[in-house]
Write a protein that binds this ligand. Structure first.
Ligand code: NAI
Length: 327
């Protein structure tokens, strides 16, 4: 079988360094799938990415059939089956939101075009670089020949963080927690929802039985975890972000476990009142390489206001990139 072509942008960055070795070891697509890596970087960082490629060679991974390093998006995405868009323009001091969106438009528009021009017909795209949901929307809008649903953004780190917080609160292991959901934007407005979560056959919300804890401790802790990591580590989350990216693609391609679901930011089909087209996080199940939104969940008032607030932020971001002519 031909190897799966996996393109990683921002390959010389922090997340790239934590991600590439796990992809090459088989964590992304399983122990029977050969992968060929394409590393895309900006010209100034190509040399550093080449250094990482040398280290990948030195691991002698049996599943790694090749590595190519380039600063040319066309080459990087040619024949790509999986694309992890990690490289992005971070917000720097004094930068307005419009400047941030514009700078990222300059990255995600050409990358969307390159995906459209040359990616394999089964291309699956995960955007990690922030603002991830809106960057995914920009890339998608410039890839009209690729099914829109193939463009997704990462809320799996938020999902994993929420499971971990809940497991310590309840004194259960993470494996005991099923069906947690992140809704909305990968930002401070995201909504981690435990109202459908199962803990060893019981409802997590019933066991917690404390809306104040949810509102004042759990939700802000999950939403602000990225800032807490920067404060403690002096650098942003990289290994946990890389791990979440692996989880996202792994489950999309290989499926979610029976009786469980995960969270992915995907183009809305209008479910749960989320405007069609915006890339918003939903609870999803995956099977046969396709995801579907978990339907029929009852959304209480507590959840509704929070989902609506995060979705409103996404609509604002979409309108802002539209006004800037980026989509
Ligand atoms: P980093 O700054 O260490 O690395 C970013 C890399 O991207 C750099 O090597 C840079 O040269 C490269 N890059 C910039 N523009 C590029 C382009 N046009 N093409 C290819 N490469 C390009 O950053 P780090 O820590 O690796 O984070 C990457 C992104 O992931 C950031 O935007 C960060 O905010 C985001 N992130 C998202 C998370 C999520 O849950 N969705 C979690 C953590 C980080």
């Amino acid at each position: 079988m031909a190897p799966v072509n996996v393109t990683v942008t921002g390959a010389a960055g922090q997340i790239g360094y934590a991600l590439l070795f796990r992809i090459a070891s088989g964590a992304l697509l399983g122990p029977d799938t050969q992968v060929s890596l394409r590393l895309l970087e900006i010209p100034q960082a190509v040399k550093a990415a080449e250094g990482t490629a040398m280290e990948l060679d030195d691991c002698a991974f049996p599943l790694l059939s090749g590595i190519e390093v380039t600063d040319d998006a066309k080459k990087a995405f040619d024949g790509a089956n999986v694309a992890l868009l990690v490289g992005a323009r971070p917000r720097t001091k004094g930068m307005e939101r419009g400047d941030l969106l514009e700078a990222n438009g300059g990255i995600f528009k050409p990358q969307g075009e390159a995906i459209n021009a040359g990616a394999a017909s089964d291309i699956r795209v995960l955007v990690v670089g922030n603002p991830a949901n809106t960057n995914a929307l920009i890339a998608q809008q410039h890839a009209p020949d690729v099914p829109a649903a193939r463009f997704t953004a990462m809320t799996r780190l938020d999902h994993n963080r929420a499971i971990s917080q809940l497991s310590s609160k309840l004194g259960v292991s993470v494996g005991d927690i099923k069906r947690l959901a992140i809704w909305g934007n990968h930002s401070a407005t995201q909504y981690p929802d435990v109202f459908h979560t199962d803990v060893n056959g019981k409802s997590a919300a019933d066991i917690v039985n404390d809306e104040t804890w949810l509102a004042e401790s759990f939700i802000p802790t999950v939403a602000k975890r990225g800032a807490a990591i920067i404060e403690a580590r002096g650098a942003s989350s990289a290994a946990s972000a890389a791990n979440a990216a692996i989880d996202h693609i792994h489950d999309w391609v290989l499926g979610t476990p029976a009786g469980d679901w995960t969270s992915m930011a995907i183009p809305s089909d209008g479910s749960y009142g989320v405007p069609e087209g915006i890339i918003s996080s939903f609870p999803v199940t995956c099977q046969g390489g396709e995801y579907s939104i978990v339907q029929g969940l009852e959304i209480n008032e507590f959840s509704r206001t929070r989902i609506d607030a995060s979705v409103a932020e996404l609509v604002e971001e979409r309108d802002a990139v539209r006004a800037l002519g980026l989509i």
